[in-house]
Design a protein around this ligand. Structure first.
Ligand SMILES: Cc1cc2nc3c(=O)[nH]c(=O)nc-3n(C[C@H](O)[C@H](O)[C@H](O)COP(=O)(O)OP(=O)(O)OC[C@H]3O[C@@H](n4cnc5c(N)ncnc54)[C@H](O)[C@@H]3O)c2cc1C
Length: 417
């Protein structure tokens, strides 16, 4: 097969890689996007909760309260599941996550993330319009509901914390919650409505529409294994289904698989995963849900999606490649039926499993590889890859073009590890 040449090869066609490819293309670069699946959004970007979380300045941090840690460790907290057999392998990463979750580092992470999160809605709109995908972004915001006074205190404290960043939210009584979501159950005593975030009824379709835009604008999208990447002369070579590819630069956007490739070039990133499941349900009696609702104290979300009501779980601490388990979903499903009593039958044959790619400080790596010319990273978007994919693509493309980026790139550097 013929040798193909391109300016940049982007490895990984999740929301992060697709967005990077579009932004590099917009800078006038010839870009080839490569994914082993030969299609966009087949992994983590396939089945998430679908919120472009413009309020998510503060990353999810490891709990510091001893009672909370004990409850999680003993399997008493439905927000979290620990696969105990995996603990010896994942303990070093969990410990680094714990250390990075001090109050001062949390505040610093919030300030850093604000630079990206603040532009997430605008960056999605800028891609969705030319992609013809505006109907896949709904201006509904999302709702955090609570069941107890303690839950109320936590919800109000969280929303107060985001106010200095200019992020609007409305505290709602039970009656006000029901005015927005009339089919929620009696367990819900109030909530907070984050009004600015966009939500999508189909994150996979959204990412696919961005990938189609990339191809329509002249980009090449091929199947290939990123692990065949090798240095070649001044640039990079890769084997794809369409033949050998030569590129001046390579962008690694492999989400939870990034560390596999990075290791081959001598970079040992502390990349862990927080796994999460989804299941779709029918709604009984014509009941509707208008926006994603997070059950704060039970740690799952219920979202109206194209394929049904999607329940997404919190974090499962396990090795990336451990087999899926139905336990976490089974654990929270009864709570889902309390929160939304019209939750009907399951619609999928088995729960979907996704793997949130998480660095211990919950800040993505976006920037050059420290020791290899022309190698770039864009990964580690934790709970926020849908939110941050497009804006991260902008930052990466500006850095690769040698421009002054819209935000200080220092906190995102690869050499911080
Ligand atoms: C349950 C759940 C709910 C979530 N909810 C939200 C939410 O509401 N909002 C939000 O912003 N984020 C959410 N997230 C997080 C978000 O889904 C992820 O951060 C995001 O999808 C990561 O995107 P990515 O492109 O980095 O990785 P991925 O989507 O996993 O893409 C990586 C790509 O690399 C490819 N690949 C891997 N290895 C190779 C190889 N050797 N060669 C070639 N290709 C390869 C894969 O095929 C894949 O396409 C959620 C995640 C989960 C699990």
């Amino acid at each position: 097969m013929a040798l193909q040449r391109t300016d940049v090869v982007v490895l990984g066609a999740g929301i992060v890689g697709v967005s990077a490819a579009l932004h590099l293309q917009a800078k006038g670069r010839a870009v080839t996007l490569v994914d082993r699946a030969g299609a966009a959004a087949t992994e983590t970007s396939f089945g998430n909760t679908g919120i472009v979380q413009s309020e998510a300045v503060f990353p999810y941090m490891f709990p510091r309260a001893p009672g909370e840690i004990a409850a999680a460790a003993l399997g008493l907290d439905p927000r979290v599941r620990i696969r105990y057999a995996a603990l010896p392998s994942i303990a070093p990463w969990v410990w680094r996550y714990f250390l990075a979750s001090s109050p001062s580092r949390r505040l610093a992470a919030g300030t850093t993330m604000r630079g990206l999160v603040g532009r997430c809605v605008a960056e999605h709109r800028a891609l969705a319009a030319p992609a013809g995908a505006e109907a896949l972004l709904r201006p509904t915001g999302w709702l955090k509901v609570y069941r107890t006074k303690r839950g109320q205190d936590i919800a109000f404290k969280d929303s107060e914390e985001t106010k200095p960043f200019g992020l609007p939210s409305e505290a709602l009584s039970r009656e006000q919650v029901l005015a927005l979501e009339p089919h929620l159950g009696e367990v819900v005593i109030g909530g907070v409505h984050f009004t600015d975030p966009l939500t999508t009824p189909d994150p996979q379709a959204l990412t696919e529409s961005y990938a189609r835009l990339f191809v329509a604008r002249g980009g090449t999208f091929v199947a290939g294994d990123a692990l065949t990447l090798a240095q070649s002369g001044d640039g990079w070579a890769l084997t794809t289904a369409a033949g050998s590819l030569q590129a001046s630069a390579a962008v690694v956007a492999l989400g939870p698989w990034t560390a596999d490739l990075a290791r081959a070039f001598g970079y040992r990133f502390p990349l862990g995963v927080k796994r999460g499941y989804h299941m779709h349900y029918a709604a009984k009696d014509g009941a509707i849900l208008n926006r994603p609702v997070l059950d704060l104290e039970r740690g799952y979300a219920l979202t109206p999606m194209t394929h049904g009501l999607r329940l997404t779980t919190g974090a499962e601490f396990a090795r990336r490649d451990d087999p899926p388990s139905p336990a976490h979903l089974n654990r929270v499903e009864p709570y889902g039926r309390e929160m939304f009593p019209s939750l009907g039958a399951r619609l999928d044959p088995a729960p979907w499993l996704g793997k949130r790619p998480c660095l211990p400080d919950m800040i993505p790596v976006i920037g050059p590889a420290p020791r290899h010319k022309g190698l770039w990273f864009d990964f580690g978007h934790q709970h926020l890859g849908l939110t941050l994919g497009p804006v991260s693509g902008r930052l990466l493309a500006e850095l690769m073009a040698g421009e002054t980026p819209f935000v200080d790139p220092t906190p995102f550097r690869a050499d911080r590890f």
